[in-house]
Design a protein around this ligand. Structure first.
Ligand code: CU
Length: 145
């Protein structure tokens, strides 16, 4: 009798683990003031039960997407490309204006404020997460939840 229950228990454990994967919260994109310039995407990564690493972000509506980090002070802001972003178990990592962000090059001009556009995040574990980022105009504040 006990044997019959083992596969069910294993399934329940597997399902439980998935709920502790990294989650992507509050994804949004601020359009650039000049359509020819890249726009920027932001979100918050909430760590799961295990350490995870974000390896890539893709945006189907853009020709190219790159992870960047803004740094510097005193009016001298520079951006450097970021290849990997570690998300420690139980920790969170914020992509926000002035910090980490995803640069969207060649964003489709049909993407307008008030709509959403998909972002596809790939992690070192092989897992991917697709989220819909809310679009705001160049001068608009970050959208609320
Ligand atoms: Cu950038």
């Amino acid at each position: 009798m006990m044997r019959a229950f083992a596969p069910i228990a294993a399934m329940l454990i597997a399902t439980g683990c998935q709920q502790h994967d990294v989650t992507v919260e509050h994804p949004w994109v601020r359009l650039s003031a000049v359509p020819a310039n890249p726009s920027a995407a932001y979100f918050t990564l909430k760590g799961g039960a295990k350490d995870e690493t974000l390896t890539a972000v893709a945006a189907p509506a853009a020709q190219r997407a790159e992870m960047h980090e803004s740094m510097g002070s005193g009016g001298m802001m520079t951006m450097t490309p970021v290849k990997l972003v570690a998300v420690r178990a139980g920790d969170s990592v914020e992509f926000k204006p002035g910090g980490k962000h995803v640069m969207l090059f060649g964003l489709n001009p049909a993407v307008k404020p008030g709509t959403t556009t998909p972002l596809i995040l790939t992690f070192a574990s092989g897992r991917t997460a697709t989220v819909k980022a809310r679009i705001v105009g160049a001068g608009d504040p970050a959208p609320g939840d």
